[in-house]
Write a protein that binds this ligand. Structure first.
Ligand SMILES: [Zn+2]
Length: 422
């Protein structure tokens, strides 16, 4: 009986071993997402060269997974202009010290600024009623207004806008969510964004602040590109892509981990690379694995690739871009689903037949990730992102520890099944 038990145990263990070898490895997934989201990656932007550290790490992942470089090297270099905020940052209003990332973020177009200023509160009459607009002098003041008047601000007469921009700093409050971005052109004033708060606290008094913006001209960045040669038609390509860059720092200590956006996508690339490198899964077509840089700054790495393709774009049969794939407990969305209805129907029926994700939702064209410039050049592509209860996005809460990865294995399976149908 004991012997039987042991051999049954060995048999089951072998089965598990086989399934682990030939699909995604969740321990490795957690490790890769953790490494990319760690403090020493600095939010994977030019701040402290976090993007370069991430690219070097991804190159080592690609080598370990057995990929070949798609050209002489794994790296495709390009450069771009951007603004970063890796230096000391502070904001104190009426004695309350605000925490970067938690109580405030900055507008990425902010300029540097430092000092103490008296608060000047602009209420609704200033923005909405020209006849009631009192003459105010914003020069050297901390100008405070509700973020809902931001659109009106830009429609004010030029001399009023110039007056507002002569402020020491601007403070927008009542943002429902503090969502960070990246700017390629700076303005001439520091702009702080606060969440929901009591307006009375902000209507008068004093503020002190410090913000240093660093302008990077022609900052050298890179895409990381690896490939597996196809067994039957090596000159036809399937592309898996995901961006690795994120939003960098908000001051010296606070950084944006970007676990869901998009360490989750890079880790999925890595798992797919391991899978297709297994001799049992060698693909008929060649597969390109592209980790794009500078997506958050405006799809810059992928735009560069489409202008300087390492394989002819016409020979790409299909591109699957993955960005924000760490949830999925609600659904996945397929951008370009309506552009390629037959492919979408195929994906949807594979999902249903194999009971993978709760729902597959289609969407039209959108310039919201790295598939976009490929689509514009006629390369058939889907961009897939996951939807779930965890809503952290472009904020300091997008952390590896709290990323659920609820349907990660199911999504991996869906990708591999879909590729078989191409
Ligand atoms: Zn993203």
């Amino acid at each position: 009986m004991k012997a039987f038990c042991t051999s049954l145990f060995v048999f089951i263990a072998l089965l598990i071993q086989v399934s682990v070898c030939f699909s995604q490895d969740m321990t490795r997934v957690r490790k890769v997402i953790g490494a990319l989201s760690a403090p020493n990656m600095h939010g994977r932007s030019p701040a402290f060269e976090g993007d370069r550290k991430a690219a070097t790490y991804i190159e080592s992942l690609f080598r370990t997974a057995g990929l070949q470089p798609a050209s002489q090297s794994f790296l495709q270099h390009f450069s771009y202009d951007t603004q970063i905020f890796p230096k000391k940052m502070s904001l104190t209003i009426n004695g309350k010290k605000m925490q970067p990332g938690i109580d405030f973020i900055i507008d990425p177009v902010s300029s540097s600024g430092k000092g103490k200023a008296e608060i000047l509160y602009l209420d609704s009459t200033f923005f909405l009623y020209k006849e009631k607009r009192t003459a105010v002098d914003c020069k050297n003041k901390a100008v405070v207004y509700d973020q809902k008047y931001y659109a009106q601000l830009n429609e004010l007469p030029l001399e009023v806008i110039q007056n507002i921009y002569s402020a020491a700093c601007l403070i927008e409050y009542n943002h429902a969510k503090l969502t960070m971005g990246i700017a390629s052109k700076p303005l001439s004033v520091p702009i702080f964004k606060l969440g929901k708060m009591d307006a009375d606290f902000l209507k008068s008094g004093k503020c002190s602040f410090q913000l240093t913006a660093q302008w990077k001209k022609d900052y050298p960045s890179q895409n990381v590109v690896g490939m597996i040669k196809g067994s039957l038609q090596p000159d036809t390509f399937i592309v898996f892509s995901a961006h690795y860059d994120h939003l960098g720092h908000l001051g010296k200590k606070t950084y944006f981990p970007g676990a869901n956006d998009n360490a989750s996508g890079i880790s999925m690339l890595n798992e797919l690379a391991h899978y297709y490198n297994e001799s049992a899964h060698q693909p008929a077509y060649s597969i390109l694995f592209i980790a794009f840089g500078a997506e958050e700054a405006g799809l810059i790495g992928s735009n560069y690739f489409t202008q300087h393709p390492l394989v002819p774009l016409k020979q790409i049969k299909f591109l699957l871009n993955m960005d924000i794939v760490g949830t999925g407990d609600e659904s996945i969305t397929v951008v370009n689903g309506t552009e390629y209805p037959t492919r979408f129907a195929g994906l949807d029926s594979l999902n249903k037949a194999n009971h993978l994700l709760p729902a597959v939702v289609k969407r039209g064209k959108a310039a919201n990730s790295d598939h976009y410039f490929f689509t514009q050049k006629g390369v058939p592509a889907f961009f897939i992102y996951t939807n779930g209860k965890q809503k952290a996005y472009h904020d300091v809460f997008d952390r590896a520890e709290t990323l659920p990865l609820s349907k990660y294995g199911e999504l991996f399976t869906l990708f591999t099944l879909f590729v078989k149908t191409l």
